[in-house]
Design a protein around this ligand. Structure first.
Ligand SMILES: [Zn+2]
Length: 405
């Protein structure tokens, strides 16, 4: 019995891209790696103009369907490789067959397909079930750098890798994943290639955590939602993991208003918007005063408090802007957040951290022992941030204070 190999010949931009890539030695290799034998016949699929959007080679043998997505032949842009694989993942999930496998195959290529970002992407693909057929014998000087070729073992590991691949000090305005004590939050772009990355984040979260997952899809331009195929995949996973609590909020994260008598859901969206803007402006969760990075106990701390913003004579729109601005806050651990909210710790208009004199010396000593910064980091100290400090301190007594060190 021969394996049946089916593929569409044309690339999205290049005619006959796959007919040219898939020479007999490549097809034979794919055949052996998926079916353990080398006999095959080829079927060229010319439906839909033969455009192969998933870079897919489909191998059928003895009732098993093997989905194989191909790497790029030329490394172009960080996202193009990660567009095809989620597309094939969606097809794979939609296929109700019981005997099926999901695979990634590196074709001969030019350029670096092992950048830090792509290494992160491959680990994501492994986490959602991709088997990498031939990575160990890829001819690429950079492949050795990708030493850790295993799926993510925890959501913390995933978040940590993700943070490493992002530049600090720069607003990337991209998708984020983080968590709190109650849930995992994914802020998913619906625009461009990020929408596929967002699908991978969502499905990886199902696999790696039993905590509720909240997916905030950020609406941009005319793109209102994640692609239908991605939503279908997510729905299928919800069926697979029925104990998981999963919510999708479609939001602009910008134009929701503080309404009179706020409903819990609008407060939730406002909080989500604030968290997103802080992640975007100052990076991953890390307490600005002690360096703690345990996401469950790190919170966004307002400089100009929401209660004060509500009292100000501003339009609803302006209030919302101030309440959710990434400049109006910093990350603090729960202890430092509480100490700041109760004005035991203060920040002066130069960004220096101060301690109130109105507490016991023994408690001062304790606070000093757990506080490592006497000045807020430069990254956080924008002019807007310092203006929020001025607003906050207007109603506070900042004369009876001492330095933290
Ligand atoms: Zn802290």
């Amino acid at each position: 019995m021969k394996a049946k190999i089916t593929y569409k010949p044309n690339g999205q931009k290049k005619k006959n891209l796959f007919s040219n890539l898939l020479k007999s030695d490549v097809l034979k290799d794919i055949c052996i790696l998926t079916t353990n034998q080398e006999e095959y016949e080829v079927i060229i699929d010319n439906s839909n103009k033969g455009v192969n959007i998933g870079r897919l080679v489909f191998v059928e043998y003895k009732g098993t369907k093997h989905y194989v997505t191909l790497s790029e032949d030329k490394a172009e842009g960080r996202n193009s490789t990660l567009q095809s694989a989620p597309t094939v993942l969606n097809m794979f999930i939609a296929d109700k067959s019981r005997k099926k496998t999901l695979n990634f195959y590196f074709v001969e290529h030019t350029g670096n397909l092992f950048t830090n970002y792509l290494q992160f992407g491959y680990k994501l693909l492994m986490t959602v079930g991709y088997k990498f057929l031939n990575i160990s014998r890829v001819k690429n000087a950079n492949v050795a750098k990708f030493a850790d070729r295993t799926p993510f073992s925890s959501l913390d590991e995933l978040i940590n890798w993700r943070n490493k691949t992002k530049k600090r000090n720069a607003s990337n305005n991209s998708s984020y994943i983080t968590k709190s004590a109650d849930s995992v939050q994914i802020y998913a772009k619906t625009y461009g290639a990020s929408k596929y990355e967002s699908t991978l984040f969502a499905i990886s979260s199902f696999i790696l955590t039993d905590r509720p997952v909240e997916l905030y899809t950020i609406i941009e331009g005319n793109l209102k939602h994640l692609p239908k195929s991605s939503l279908a995949s997510i729905a299928q996973y919800k069926k697979t993991y029925p104990h998981l609590k999963f919510e999708i909020h479609n939001t602009t994260l910008k134009f929701d208003r503080i309404k009179a008598g706020e409903k819990p859901n609008s407060i939730k969206l406002r909080d989500a918007c604030y968290t997103y803007n802080l992640l975007d402006r100052i990076g991953p969760k890390k307490c600005a005063l002690c360096g703690c990075e345990i996401p469950e106990i790190i919170q966004g701390a307002h400089i100009w408090p929401v209660a004060e913003i509500k009292k100000a004579s501003l339009t609803d729109e302006e209030k919302f802007e101030h309440a959710t601005s990434g400049h109006n806050g910093l990350w603090l651990c729960q202890n430092h957040h509480k100490l700041f909210d109760t004005n035991i710790l203060l920040i002066d208009d130069q960004g220096q951290v101060k301690l109130t004199n109105h507490i016991l010396d023994s408690n001062k000593q304790f606070i000093i022992s757990v506080t490592k910064q006497d000045k807020i980091q430069e990254l956080v100290l924008s002019p807007e941030f310092l203006q929020y400090v001025v607003n906050r301190n207007k109603v506070l007594d900042i004369t009876h204070v001492q330095s933290i060190l």
